[in-house]
Write a protein that binds this ligand. Structure first.
Ligand SMILES: C[S@@+](CC[C@H](N)C(=O)[O-])C[C@H]1O[C@@H](n2cnc3c(N)ncnc32)[C@H](O)[C@@H]1O
Length: 896
C-alpha cells in the first residue's frame, strides 16, 4: 500500500480516499478501470498554492506534464503491480495457513507433513546477519518518518489476515528455551519452545508493531506483533516506550514466518523472514529476577529516545514486572487500563505501599465497582473536611471523574447502584440520549431485568423471561465491554483495511481496533474472558472452552485475589468471530447531521453498522425477524424493552436483520449464521412460496419506485403540515388534484398487486405493504380533505399498523396508550410517522380530541421502544409537517 501511495505521490496524485481503498481490493475489471480514471484525475494541490494542509506533497507538475492519457496508463500499471503483490501475498499466506492448521504436527525440513495440506514443504533458512537487520530496520524507520511528514495525517494502511491465528496456551515455565540459532526452518511453529530475547530497537508502528530482538548470544531476529495497540496514530516514541529497549521477553511457541509483517506491518510482497506473533498474549515480559541467569554477550544499543526507558507503562500487565507499584497503577489508570491498574494497586497494598485515595477511587469508579469507589471517596471527603461531608463542592477530583467534585462523584456512585437495581429511568434515558453525540461512552450501570440464560433447542443458548412482562418494560440495559468508533481520535485519518486472504472478508478500521481493544481488555481484566470468549464465534469456528461454562448474567469486576501469575491466552481469530457474530455496530448519534461523525469521511467507508461493540448478555439474545423486544443503542449502551405482553418462560428475541425487508434479502443476510429463521413471519413468507415472495420483492424493489418518485415530486408542492386544513392557502388546483387521484389509484393497484403475492389465509401480517401505505396516506388526506371526520386517512393508518403486526382502534381514548390495542413489531418508526400524520390531519380539521389520542399513541409506541420522555420524542420527530401534532402532544403531556 505504501509503495502504491508513494508512487501516486511521485506522479503528483492523491492517495485513494477511504471509499476507493475498498475498490483497490475489488477484482472487477470495470471497478478497476473506473478507479484508474478517478485516481489519475485526482491531482494533489500544490503546497505553494496555499492548499498545503490538504496537499500531499509536490509533484503535481509531473501530473501537468504527463497529460491524462499517460497518467492513466501509469496509474493502471501501478494498480496492476498492486494486484500482483496481493496475489503473491495470498500464496504465501496459504502456505503459512497450512502450517498453522497442522498444529498437532511439527513440520520437518524438506518434507510436507503426512495428511497435511502443505503443497510446499518448509525450507531450511539462514537468518539475515545482525548488521543487515539493523540497516533494514533503520531504513524502515526513516521511510516511516518520511511517510509521516508527507502524508500530513492521512495514512491509509493495509494488512492481511487468514482464517486462523496462532496463540500459545502453554505457560512459560513449561516451555523449553531456544535461541535464534535454533530457528532453522521456515515457516515453522516451534511447539513446546520459547524464544527468550530482549528488545534492541525502537518499535515501528504500522497496524501492529515490528522491532529487532536479540538473544543472549547476540543473534538478532525481527519480530512483528499484531494487536499491539489500537491507537494507530500513536507516535513511534510513545509506542517504543511501551516496550523499551532492554525489555526482556519470552515469545511463547514462536512462529518463524516467511512473511512475518503481513498481518501487522507494511508489506511489499517480498519474503521477509522473522517471528510472527498473532496474539500479544504470546509475549511474556520477564522480570529482572526471572532473567537474572541470562548472560548477554553484547552491550545494549544506546538510544537518543528519552522515552525508551524501562520506567514506561507496562505494555502487558505482568504481576512481577514493576519496582514501583503505586506509580505503575497511576500510569495504567491514565492509559485507560483500570483492570491492570487495579491489580497494580493490590500489588502495592501487598507490598505495604500506598496508593492515594483519588487514584484508588478513580480506578474503582472506572471498573464500575460503585460501592468500593463510594467507600473510598467518602473516606477521602471525610478526611478533607474534618469528618464533615459538606453540601457544597469539595475537593475537585479533576480528570479522574470527568471533572466531578468528590461530592458529585459520591452521588454518582449511589445513583449507579440504584440504576443497577432498577434500571434507567426515563430521565436517565433522556440525558444519555441528548448527550450521546458528544460523550459516546457512558458510565451507566448494567441492569439485568427479569431474564435468565437458558438452552433453546436448535439455537444454542437464549434469554427467557423469569416473570410476565408488559409492553415497554425495560428488560436489559448493558454497556459494551469495549468499543471502537469511526470518530475515535485513535483512528482518525488512518483508515485501516484488513484483507482476509482466505475468505476475502475485509475488515475496517473500527473492526480491527475493536478486536485489539477487546484482546487487551481481557489481558487487563481476566474476568472478561468468560463473558466475551464464552460467546460463540460463528459456525466455522470451534467453541472456545468458555462456551461450555455457565454464562454470567453480569460482568462483575473481579476485586478479590486478582493478583495471579498465570499468563493469559487469547486467540485473536476467536475474538474477531465473537465481534462479527455477536457485537452490535457503533450506534448512530441521534441526529448525525450535527455530529462530527457525519463529517468524517470514514462513514462513507461503510464503518457504521460494523460490529464493534460487544455486549455480553444482550449477545445471548437470539434472532427473530418478528421480534418481541426492541434493542436500542445510545452510543455504547444497549437497552432492551418488551414490545408485547409476554408470559414467564417466553424466549425474548430481537432482530439481527430487519424484518421489514424482503424475505430473500433477510435470509441471505442471515445465512452467515447458518440457521433458517423459524419465526412466524418467515414461516408465513415460506408458505407463500418462492415464486410469490420473489415476485413481491421484485415489485417492491423495481416497479414501485417510479410511482413513489412521482408521488415525491408532486408532494414537494404541498405543505404537509396543513393537511386536513380547509382554510385559505390550502387550495389545490384541479390539475394537481387529478394528479393526486391518479397516483392514489396507482398506489391502490400496486397495493393490490403486492397483496396478491401473500397467501389468502396468511392473516394480517403483510409488512411489505407498509411502504405503500406510508406514501398513500398523504394522498388520501389530500384527496379526501373535504371529508368531515377524515375516516379514510384513519382507516389507511389502521390497515398500515395491522400489516406490521399491531392493532389500533379508532376512538377518543384518553389512556396513555391512545388508540393502540397492541404495538406493531416491525417498522416502528414508519408506524409512528403515519400515526402522527393522521394526528396532523385530525388536528387541522379541528378534531382535537381524536388528534390527541392519536398523538398519545405515537408517543406510547416511542416510549415502549426507546423511552426518554417527551424531549427525546420531540427530538426524533422535529419535522415541520408534524408540528401541529407535536404542539398538541406537548400541551397534553405537560397537563398530565
Ligand atoms: C448472538 S449469538 C446468540 C447466542 C447464541 N444462541 C449462543 O448460544 O451463544 C448468535 C448465534 O445464535 C444462533 N441463533 C440466533 N438466533 C437463532 C435462531 N432464530 N435460530 C437458530 N439459531 C439462532 C446462531 O448460531 C447465531 O450465530
Amino acid at each position: 500500500m505504501e509503495d502504491l501511495i508513494r508512487s501516486l505521490r511521485n506522479l503528483g496524485l492523491r492517495p485513494p480516499d477511504p471509499g476507493q481503498l475498498w475498490e483497490l481490493l475489488d477484482d472487477d475489471k470495470e471497478v478497476q478501470t473506473r478507479l484508474v480514471k478517478l485516481l489519475a484525475f485526482n491531482v494533489a494541490p500544490n503546497e505553494e498554492d496555499g492548499e498545503g494542509e490538504q496537499g500531499l506533497g509536490g509533484g503535481n507538475d509531473v501530473a501537468a506534464l504527463m497529460g491524462q492519457d499517460l497518467l492513466q496508463e501509469a496509474v493502471s500499471a501501478l494498480l496492476d503491480n498492486f494486484k500482483r503483490m496481493l496475489e503473491k501475498q495470498r500464496q504465501t499466506a496459504q502456505r503459512e495457513e497450512a502450517i498453522i492448521t497442522d498444529s498437532t504436527q511439527e513440520p520437518q525440513e524438506g518434507k510436507a507433513n503426512k495428511g497435511s495440506k502443505l503443497s510446499v514443504a518448509p525450507k531450511k533458512v539462514k537468518l539475515p546477519p545482525r548488521k543487515a537487520l539493523f540497516l533494514r530496520h533503520e531504513a524502515a524507520i526513516r521511510k516511516d518518518d518520511d511517510e509521516r511528514s508527507t502524508a500530513r495525517g492521512y495514512r491509509p494502511r493495509l494488512v492481511f489476515d487468514g482464517s486462523t491465528s496462532f496463540h500459545s496456551r502453554r505457560q512459560v515455565a513449561d516451555l523449553e528455551t531456544i535461541a535464534c540459532k535454533d530457528l532453522d526452518v521456515a515457516p515453522k511453529r516451534f511447539t513446546g519452545k520459547k524464544l527468550v530475547v530482549r528488545v534492541v530497537s525502537s518499535l515501528l508502528l504500522y497496524v501492529g508493531v515490528s522491532f529487532l530482538a536479540e538473544d543472549p548470544d547476540g543473534n538478532v531476529i525481527s519480530v512483528a506483533i499484531s494487536h499491539f495497540t489500537s491507537n494507530v496514530n500513536a507516535t513511534r516514541e510513545n509506542i517504543s516506550s511501551l516496550l523499551p529497549i532492554g525489555t526482556i521477553l519470552a515469545i511463547r511457541e514462536p512462529f518463524l514466518s516467511i512473511d512475518h509483517q503481513a498481518r501487522s506491518g507494511p508489506c511489499t510482497g517480498k519474503a521477509d523472514i522473522g517471528i510472527r506473533v498473532d496474539s500479544p498474549t504470546d509475549i511474556v515480559l520477564l522480570s529482572e529476577k526471572e532473567a537474572s541467569d541470562l548472560k548477554w554477550t553484547t552491550e545494549l544499543p544506546t538510544t537518543t529516545n528519552n522515552n525508551d526507558t524501562v520506567d514506561a507503562i507496562p505494555w502487558l500487565y505482568d504481576p512481577t514486572h514493576s519496582s514501583d507499584w503505586a506509580s505503575t497503577a497511576k500510569k495504567l489508570q491514565e492509559a485507560g487500563r483500570p483492570g491492570a491498574a487495579y491489580r497494580a494497586m493490590l500489588r502495592c497494598e501487598q507490598d505495604k505501599g500506598h496508593v492515594d485515595t483519588t487514584l484508588q477511587s478513580s480506578i474503582l469508579f472506572s471498573l464500575t465497582a460503585w460501592q468500593g469507589a463510594q467507600d473510598v471517596l467518602t473516606k477521602a471527603v471525610d478526611k478533607l473536611n474534618g469528618g464533615v461531608i459538606p453540601t457544597g463542592k469539595a475537593g475537585d477530583f479533576g480528570t479522574a471523574f470527568g471533572r466531578l467534585s468528590s461530592i458529585d462523584a459520591v452521588e454518582r456512585c449511589s445513583l449507579r447502584q440504584v440504576q443497577a437495581k432498577q434500571g434507567l429511568t426515563m430521565d436517565d434515558v433522556r440525558s444519555i440520549y441528548l448527550s450521546a453525540p458528544h460523550t459516546p461512552r457512558f458510565d451507566t450501570s448494567d441492569f439485568i431485568g427479569p431474564v435468565a440464560v437458558q438452552d433453546i433447542p436448535g439455537a444454542g443458548r437464549g434469554l427467557v423471561l423469569t416473570r410476565d412482562v408488559e409492553p415497554g418494560e425495560l428488560l436489559l440495559c448493558c454497556r459494551a465491554v469495549g468499543s471502537a468508533y469511526p470518530d475515535d481520535a485513535e483512528s482518525k485519518n488512518s483508515p485501516i483495511l484488513r484483507l482476509n486472504l482466505s475468505n476475502g472478508v475485509v475488515s475496517t478500521t473500527s473492526q480491527v481496533r475493536a478486536q485489539t481493544n477487546l484482546i487487551h481488555k481481557i489481558i487487563d481484566r481476566p474476568e472478561l474472558a468468560l463473558p466475551v470468549l464464552g460467546l460463540t464465534a460463528g459456525p466455522s469456528m470451534e467453541y472456545s472452552e468458555f462456551v461450555h461454562q455457565p454464562f454470567p448474567m453480569t460482568v462483575q469486576p473481579k476485586l478479590d485475589g486478582a493478583v495471579d501469575g498465570s499468563n493469559p491466552s487469547v486467540d485473536p481469530a476467536y475474538v474477531d468471530g465473537v465481534l462479527r457474530f455477536n457485537a452490535f455496530g457503533p450506534a448512530q448519534a441521534p441526529d448525525r447531521k450535527d455530529t462530527e461523525i457525519s463529517q468524517n469521511s470514514l462513514v462513507d467507508f461503510g464503518e457504521l453498522g460494523k460490529s464493534t461493540m460487544p455486549h455480553p448478555l444482550p449477545a445471548i439474545l437470539n434472532h427473530a425477524c418478528l421480534p418481541n423486544v426492541s434493542s436500542i443503542f445510545f452510543s455504547d449502551i444497549v437497552t432492551t424493552r418488551a414490545l408485547i405482553t409476554m408470559k414467564k418462560g417466553t424466549e425474548i428475541v430481537h432482530q439481527y436483520v430487519r424484518g421489514e425487508i424482503p424475505y430473500a434479502v433477510r435470509s441471505a443476510q442471515l445465512s452467515k449464521h447458518g440457521f433458517e429463521c423459524g419465526c412466524t413471519l418467515c414461516s408465513l413468507d415460506r408458505a407463500d412460496g418462492t415464486e410469490m415472495y420473489t415476485q413481491r420483492a421484485r415489485i417492491m424493489q423495481g416497479e414501485s419506485s417510479a410511482i413513489f418518485e412521482r408521488s415525491r415530486v408532486l408532494m414537494k408542492r404541498i405543505n404537509t403540515s396543513k393537511l386536513g386544513f380547509t382554510g385559505e392557502g390550502t387550495e389545490i388546483s384541479d390539475e394537481d388534484m387529478d394528479a393526486h387521484k391518479d397516483i392514489l389509484s396507482s398506489l391502490q393497484q400496486l397495493l393490490e398487486r403486492v397483496d396478491k403475492t401473500y397467501a389468502t389465509d396468511r392473516g394480517e401480517l403483510r409488512p411489505d405493504l407498509l411502504a405503500i401505505y406510508e406514501i398513500m396516506a398523504k394522498h388520501v388526506a389530500l384527496v379526501h380533505h373535504a371529508d368531515k371526520d377524515h375516516k379514510e386517512i384513519q382507516e389507511t393508518v389502521v390497515k398500515a399498523v395491522q400489516c406490521v403486526g399491531g392493532s389500533i382502534e379508532v376512538n377518543n381514548d384518553n389512556s396513555q396508550k391512545g388508540i393502540f390495542v397492541s404495538l406493531p413489531r416491525l417498522h416502528m418508526d414508519g408506524v409512528i410517522g403515519l400515526i402522527l400524520l393522521a394526528a396532523v390531519v385530525l388536528e387541522n380539521a379541528q378534531l382535537h380530541q381524536k388528534a390527541r389520542s392519536w398523538c398519545r399513541a405515537a408517543f406510547y409506541a416511542h416510549q415502549c421502544m426507546i423511552g426518554g420522555g417527551l424531549d427525546v420524542f420531540m427530538d426524533r420527530w422535529q419535522v415541520a409537517e408534524f408540528e401541529p401534532a407535536l404542539v398538541l402532544l406537548r400541551a397534553d403531556v405537560r397537563m398530565c
